[in-house]
Design a protein around this ligand. Structure first.
Ligand code: AMP
Ligand code: MG
Length: 357
């Protein structure tokens, strides 16, 4: 059920109006060389939006709940939010893992049968395949049954011990990108292992944002901000200025650790603050390392990526949360990139922001 909201409290994003300087913040720039260090003292890291006000045309702001997330649209063009919303509604019918009638659910219910898929599903699957290779398997959409297993455990709560490696291995044997056959010429996908489930939760939202941007451009709209639960795209400028997006400390209503001015760029965050469980002094997130089968429980508490499109930003934020500092360094050593990456780590009470530009 889709409903329009009068107030939004996105999982990673919220609008915040000011930039009080942080007293204690530790930031490291580049390939993890600490060039400058200030202490950071905050509980979680979210993205907050700071919007520059230059008056002139009024800004239209709308908020919805759709595709299992909060959707926020801002534009001086009154048509923008409805166009974005309609595109999300259309794409949710393809990508919604939890709707048994969605295209992805129908594909997931098949085995060893070539299934004709939509151009959108084909595109996201091919991108997912590429990201899987580029991140040494840290990003993997073929482990849906494993992700589901962990999410169910987290939902139940009060986890006293980790499941055995045998239990995890028995789920993992039905997973793997090599068991998904994509025939692009024929537009078919074949799941070659019974029980294999594709979960596009780490990339589909970013893709939906990108598709909504295309829909806006088709209608001649050249300025808007779309925020789908923390997957953000800044189209054009905010009237005459860039859109200003701040990395915010939600425990301090006004605290921001970094401001970024974005024009035609996306920003996305993955972190361990949404769904998690604590065990033996460690925090285990809903993001799983597909190479071990166990949730990420490292000192990384969030990963944020700024780049030209939201699909890539979404996929890579998840991958970098899994891979951590070494994963980011490895990626950057292989792929020349203009993207900006922020990893927040926590050791004891001390938090650090590692900035890669
Ligand atoms: P995100 O919030 O974009 O980081 O996506 C997290 C969601 O992606 C999880 O709730 C899972 O459904 C799924 N997921 C978990 N771990 C991975 C992974 N290593 N690669 C791809 N998808 C994942
Ligand atoms: Mg993601």
């Amino acid at each position: 059920m889709v409903k329009k909201m009068s107030q939004i409290t996105g999982k990673k994003t919220s609008a915040i109006p000011s930039t009080r300087p942080l007293a204690s913040l530790r930031i490291s720039f580049g390939r993890c060389n600490l060039l400058s260090a200030i202490h950071l003292d905050f509980l979680f890291l979210f993205f907050g939006l700071v919007f520059l006000t230059s008056c002139a045309k009024p800004m239209h702001k709308d908020k919805f709940v759709i595709a299992g997330t909060f959707l926020e649209v801002m534009s001086t063009d009154a048509r923008a939010s409805q166009i974005v919303y309609e595109e999300f509604k259309r794409l949710d019918k393809i990508f919604n893992f939890y709707d048994k009638n969605s295209e992805i659910s129908r594909l997931n219910s098949t085995y060893n049968t070539p299934v004709k898929v939509s151009p959108e599903l084909l595109e996201v699957l091919r991108l997912s395949q590429q990201l899987n290779q580029m991140t040494n398997g840290a990003f993997d959409v073929s482990y849906g049954s494993l992700y589901d297993f962990w999410k169910e455990l987290i939902k139940k709560g009060s986890i006293k011990e980790l499941p055995s490696k045998e239990t995890i291995d028995s789920i993992m044997k039905n997973c793997g990108m090599d068991k998904i056959k994509i025939d692009a010429a024929d537009s078919t996908v074949t799941l070659q292992k019974e029980g294999l489930k594709i979960d596009l939760g780490a990339i589909a939202e970013g893709y939906m944002v990108d598709k909504a941007v295309i829909a806006l451009k088709k209608k001649g709209i050249s300025s808007a901000l779309i925020n789908a639960g923390g997957d953000i795209y800044c189209l054009g400028t905010n009237r005459k200025n860039p859109w200003r997006v701040g990395i915010k400390n939600p425990s301090e209503i006004e605290g921001i650790i970094e401001n970024e001015d974005l024009v035609d760029e996306a920003i996305t965050t993955s972190g361990n603050y949404e769904q998690f469980f604590d065990l033996g002094g460690k925090r285990y997130s809903h993001i799983i390392d597909p190479r071990t089968g166990f949730p990420v429980a490292t000192h990384v508490i969030s990963a944020s990526v700024i780049t030209k499109n939201c699909t890539t930003a979404d996929g890579l934020a998840t991958a970098f949360f899994v891979g951590g500092i070494s994963g980011v360094n490895d990626f950057l050593s292989k792929y020349r990139s203009t993207m900006r990456i922020f990893l927040v780590t926590q050791e004891g009470k001390q938090k650090r922001v590692h900035v890669f530009r």
